[in-house]
Design a protein. Structure first.
Length: 225
């Protein structure tokens, strides 16, 4: 380990104390990253990058050390009630809903998490029916505070909007933010990398699933000794 790496890893370890850390997954659902999703380019990128697999590894490691896993999902009514088309992307979603229906309609398989994530009985699921980011007008903030969360470990899609918004909101609400680089994705890949390198790295600690799991493995070993 280089001299510059040791302080970074020590800080990261302090941030991801399982007692005060929650892993948050964002829209890792059949209707978002599965074969019937609206955005095939995102689905392809997630498959190529192994995003779901990395997120699943992080979730399993979190449960093993006692950190909570919180799944933030997007669900839509068939009639679109409660949503508004106040942005280009929202208008696109509305168009798809009217013409062919949405794969994330409430009660459909597309609204469910991908199988790799469970959910497990200890997990928390917080759906939203409008907007683009998980904190807005949901119980996410209150739930995290009520379970003693200080650090949010971010996984999911997409870096284009949802992940960026989540990180900014978490920062503004006073949380520490850790972003798992290989467990998030956006399109195109070059843009997603640029968002991490030039924006999110300024407000979040950037790690990988392997590095984070290694830190938590050390915690487990220490607890056994």
């Amino acid at each position: 380990m280089s001299g510059s790496e040791e302080p970074r890893l020590e800080r990261l370890r302090s941030l991801v104390d399982p007692a005060t850390t929650a892993v948050v997954t964002v829209e890792l659902q059949q209707g978002v990253v599965g074969p019937d999703a609206l955005l095939p380019e995102l689905v392809q990128r997630v498959a190529e990058a192994g995003t779901v697999e990395a997120a699943a590894v992080v979730c399993r490691a979190a449960r093993a050390v006692g950190a909570r896993v919180v799944h933030c999902t997007a669900e839509h009514r068939a009639d679109g009630a409660g949503a508004t088309e106040n942005a280009k992307v929202m208008a696109l979603i509305g168009k798809f809903r009217r013409e062919q229906g949405l794969p994330t309609e409430i009660g459909t398989p597309g609204a469910a998490l991908v199988a790799e994530l469970g959910p497990e009985p200890v997990d928390i699921i917080i759906p939203r029916m409008h907007g683009m980011t998980p904190f807005m007008s949901t119980s996410l903030d209150q739930m995290l505070r009520n379970i003693g969360t200080r650090t949010v470990v971010v996984t999911g899609v997409s870096l284009n909007i949802g992940i960026l918004g989540l990180c900014l909101n978490a920062l503004d609400l006073g949380y520490q933010v850790v972003l798992v680089r290989d467990a998030v994705a956006g399109v195109p890949a070059e843009y997603a990398d640029a968002v991490i390198d030039h924006t999110l790295s300024l407000i979040a600690a950037i790690t990988t699933s392997a590095e984070l799991c290694s830190l938590w493995d050390t915690v487990q070993q220490e607890n056994r000794s």
